[in-house]
Design a protein around this ligand. Structure first.
Ligand SMILES: C[S@@+](CC[C@H](N)C(=O)[O-])C[C@H]1O[C@@H](n2cnc3c(N)ncnc32)[C@H](O)[C@@H]1O
Length: 297
């Protein structure tokens, strides 16, 4: 297999990648040509929310072909005016066992002295008191490797969850709710706007031998108050969701938020002040976990 890389401005990158797919490329991807430089442009977005920026200014269009001859033939069919002599860099792609390679990038992750996240293809180690959460990193977010997930997991493993019900809002893979159940919570309910996350949560819960009902935001089982509500989303959706998330917390209950960059913490805290006083519980790699307790009136 061979890959061809062209560097194009965003006005051309989409058009050229569509054309390459139509002409028979095996796969095409776009990368930020300024990645890992000062000009790197992060694109953040959540389902239903506009990303802060829609496209990178300068893109690497990377196309895969069976061999160089096929690649050259396909590239020759592109509109020469559009490409205007843009150089093409060919690189041989070594044959790999891609499934094994991807799997090898996910190792077991220690969250705390007692809690470990274990990919489903690993045999979980059993040691006294060790809690293994078996996870299949599928299409939904939440493998435990992201700092925001790890921060929420740490909070859950440090809080006495025995007998508590937990709402995992924006559950992704279900990792937080499932961890809460394994740590002793009585019930965990998941909510996500992405149907794939709902599916993934059901799958992961069953793999862990726990029952975690999960649904879209109008999920009837989530329409109540909980002693613990955890939401690892991004700061903008968290601000939009503030009244509803706080309403889900019972009097004296705990609210845990993450997905917030350290520089956004004050803004989010100020936004929630009307309902629940929050403070930074912990910070990791530029991300924070916010925590607050709802007043008992
Ligand atoms: C960063 S992921 C977190 C997943 C998992 N809870 C974790 O901690 O790893 C955020 C999740 O929130 C969901 N989400 C985003 N906006 C939402 C909203 N308005 N209501 C419910 N879920 C939302 C996304 O679909 C995504 O699965």
């Amino acid at each position: 297999m061979i890959q061809a890389k062209l560097t194009l401005p965003f006005e051309l990158a989409d058009e050229v990648s569509d054309a390459l797919m139509e002409l028979g490329a095996l796969a095409v991807m776009l990368e930020d040509a300024n990645a890992d430089s000062e000009d790197e442009q992060p694109l953040f977005g959540e389902p239903g929310m506009e990303p802060e920026s829609a496209a990178w200014g300068l893109n690497h269009v990377v196309a895969l072909f069976r061999n160089r001859h096929e690649g050259e033939q396909i590239l020759a069919e592109l509109d020469p005016e559009a490409l205007n002599g843009v150089p093409v860099e060919f690189t041989e792609v070594p044959q790999e066992d891609w499934v094994r390679l991807t799997q090898s990038q996910f190792d077991s992750i220690p969250i705390s002295a007692k809690l470990w996240i274990v990919p489903s293809w690993h045999t979980p180690e059993s040691a006294d008191g060790r809690i293994n959460l078996v996870l299949d990193p599928g299409l939904a977010f939440g493998t435990g490797s992201h700092p925001t997930t790890a921060l929420c997991l740490r909070w859950l493993s440090e809080f006495p969850l025995q007998g508590q019900d937990v709402l995992d809002y924006g559950c992704g893979s279900g990792i937080l709710g499932i961890a809460a159940l394994k740590l002793g919570a009585s019930e965990a309910v998941g909510v996500d706007i992405d149907p794939q996350a709902v599916e993934s949560t059901a799958y992961n819960a069953s793999n862990n031998g726990v029952n975690m009902p999960c649904g879209l935001p109008d999920f009837p089982l989530a329409k109540r108050q909980f002693p613990v509500v955890v939401a690892n989303i991004l700061s903008n959706p968290l601000k939009v969701l503030a009244p509803s998330l706080c309403e889900h917390v019972e009097a004296g209950g705990q609210l845990v938020l993450s997905g917030v960059l350290a520089r956004q913490a004050e803004e989010v805290i100020a936004h929630y002040r009307t309902w629940i006083p929050l403070s930074v519980w912990a910070e990791r790699d530029g991300w924070v976990c916010l925590h607050g307790q709802k007043a008992v009136l």
